[in-house]
Write a protein that binds this ligand. Structure first.
Ligand code: SF4
Length: 250
């Protein structure tokens, strides 16, 4: 595939949870990680694939994506919304994603990205100059657990976060941790992350509750759902949010 095209598996309009205001979220296909809990398993492979009766993914150029996003321009203006690029891992598309963000800026669109941080540092830093908001996942600081549950080490994830904060101290960065049963749904993991965030001067931090919305997609892709019947114990989110609150994160 040329770097003028990427496989998009969804463009979600009127999205309220992927950044400020009303947004259009563009989901690019392809991710270096294989998180066991991934709720968009069709986002992991780079190529178009069959999911049940349908095909997941469609090749799109930057002008095609911008045209689609601009359809809701009126809503962005009234709500301070804009375009959010998500995945998979959007920065794994390197130049394509950087050019998409630059083009969005040329069209006066506000931009956000959702990244797992497991990307080339130079790509992240180049993309950051065209971004208003970064949602940055830190899943666990326990290296071996991270690797066994996501397929990737967390080393460059923490390094990249430090680097982007150093180079863009005023950029709005929201660090997020998906709370996953059996993985990081415990005080020790969350404390370790909070301490690291304090150390690097991170101000915004959110915990996201595990859900099983992706389960049926695994079936349609002919894959096993790795989380089986795992669920969070009642009260876990409240308990862990209280822990984050002790560090000043609300
Ligand atoms: S980083 Fe996100 S998209 Fe990639 S496998 Fe993990 S949960 Fe799925």
């Amino acid at each position: 595939m040329s770097d003028r095209e990427a496989v998009v598996f969804n463009i979600q309009r009127y999205s309220l949870h992927d950044g400020p205001g009303i947004r259009t979220t563009v989901f690019l296909k392809g991710c270096p990680m294989r998180c066991r809990w991934c709720c968009n398993p069709e986002s992991q492979n780079f190529e178009i694939e069959k999911m049940g009766e349908n095909l997941a993914g469609e090749r799109m150029t930057i002008p095609q994506i911008i045209r689609e996003v601009e359809k809701d321009e009126i809503f962005y203006k009234n709500s301070e919304g804009g375009m959010t690029v998500s995945g998979g891992e959007p920065l794994v598309h390197g130049k394509f994603t950087i050019d998409l963000l630059r083009e969005a800026k040329r069209h006066y669109l506000s931009t956000a990205i959702e990244t797992c941080g497991c990307v080339e540092k130079d790509v992240l830093l180049e993309a950051a100059q065209y971004l208003n908001v970064i949602y940055y996942d830190i899943k666990s600081l326990d290296e071996s657990k991270h690797e066994s549950w996501t397929g990737m080490t967390n080393k460059n994830i923490t390094d990249n976060l430090r680097a982007v904060k150093r180079k863009f101290p005023k950029l709005d960065i929201i660090v997020r941790t998906p709370v996953i049963p059996g993985f990081n749904d415990n005080e020790a993991d969350i404390r370790k992350i909070c301490e690291f965030l304090k150390q690097i001067g991170q101000k915004k931090y959110e915990l996201l509750e595990y859900h099983r919305f992706g389960k049926s997609k695994y079936e349609k892709l002919g894959r096993d759902y790795p989380m089986k019947d795992a669920a969070l114990d009642e009260g876990t989110m409240e308990r862990l949010r209280n822990v984050a609150g002790e560090y000043g994160f609300v």
